[in-house]
Design a protein around this ligand. Structure first.
Ligand SMILES: NC(=O)c1ccc[n+]([C@@H]2O[C@H](COP(=O)([O-])OP(=O)(O)OC[C@H]3O[C@@H](n4cnc5c(N)ncnc54)[C@H](OP(=O)(O)O)[C@@H]3O)[C@@H](O)[C@H]2O)c1
Length: 268
């Protein structure tokens, strides 16, 4: 990330995780600046991370990268207010859900280099997953910079088209909630079978963590890992048969398509 100065507009949940991720990756605090309407949030970040703070105009004026981290409904106003303060050649990164590049270009200038991305909440524990898409004004060096910033809080990947952001939103953006739902259901079933609620939760959470670590660290795909723990005539096979009998895969596919459709509708 060499000496690029990064300004965060909005210092809420996502900005906090990104700033902490960048600091953990060795970016010096003074290279990062943030502004927010909430002075308490800013003071906390300044004290804990050693970043600089200021008004929107102050932090933007000296930034090589401006990362837009306000809620989608605030984006139009923020972009219009920001425009006069931006340096020439600045890279803009937007993490706002449902705000297309064409809107960002209309508010910030059609000549701007803009990367739109969709991170997810595990970024808060540096285990995020982000899809990125850059507009035609973005240079290779700026793309590399955007990727390095988002990779500070997990994994990131470039998308072939801006539309793919809707699929990423459905898969990894909303995805943590699907795993939470499965955890809820497993915990409930454990209790129904007579386990104490605390024990059912403990075993569920550790199983989710263990399975994710095993899959992420393995050189074989999840279907093979599943086969390896499914002995013929055994308990796992009984459960998998039950899932397949209820058309589990179709239920999941239908849910993700519903999320993708909603993402398209929200983007307008
Ligand atoms: N959280 C997620 O799972 C997730 C995932 C993917 C993408 N995103 C995107 O990330 C963005 C930020 O989400 P978040 O969860 O971090 O929201 P958040 O916690 O509400 O953070 C946004 C911050 O921006 C501040 N703000 C609002 N208007 C401002 C302005 N004019 N100037 C400076 N600061 C301003 C807000 O202050 P006040 O609170 O005082 O208004 C708040 O502290 C959203 O666009 C969202 O779509 C979030």
């Amino acid at each position: 990330m060499n000496n690029s100065r990064i300004a965060f507009i909005g210092a809420g949940n996502m900005a906090n995780s990104l700033i902490r991720g960048l600091i953990a990756k060795g970016v010096p605090g003074p290279q990062i600046a943030a502004c927010d309407l909430d002075v308490v949030k800013l003071e906390q970040l300044q004290t804990e991370c050693g970043i600089r703070t200021g008004t929107m105009a102050e932090v933007a004026a000296e930034a090589d990268v401006v990362l837009l981290a306000v809620k989608p409904q605030g984006m139009a106003g923020v972009c219009k207010a920001l425009r006069p303060s931006l340096k020439q050649g600045v890279l803009i990164i937007s993490i706002a859900a449902g705000i297309p590049l064409r809107s960002l270009e209309a508010w910030l200038g059609s000549e701007r280099a803009i990367v739109r991305c969709m991170p997810n909440t595990p970024a808060l524990v540096l285990e995020g997953a982000t899809g990125l898409f850059a507009n035609a004004n973005t240079t290779a060096a700026q793309s590399a910079l955007a990727e390095a910033i988002l990779s500070a809080v997990g994994t990131s990947a470039w998308l072939a088209s801006e539309d793919a952001i809707n699929a990423v939103t459905a898969l990894s953006g909303s995805g943590p909630a699907y795993f939470f739902l499965l955890m809820e259901a497993m915990e409930q079933a454990g209790v129904a079978m007579g386990l104490a609620p605390a024990l059912a939760r403990q075993l569920t959470l550790q199983t989710a963590l263990g399975a994710a670590k095993l899959a992420a660290g393995s050189d074989v795909a999840p279907d093979e890992l599943r086969r390896r723990v499914t002995s013929p005539g055994g308990t796992t096979e009984a459960a998998i048969r039950s899932f397949e009998g209820a058309d589990f895969r179709a239920v999941v596919e239908q849910a993700l398509f519903a999320a993708q459709k909603r993402s398209v509708e929200l983007t307008g």
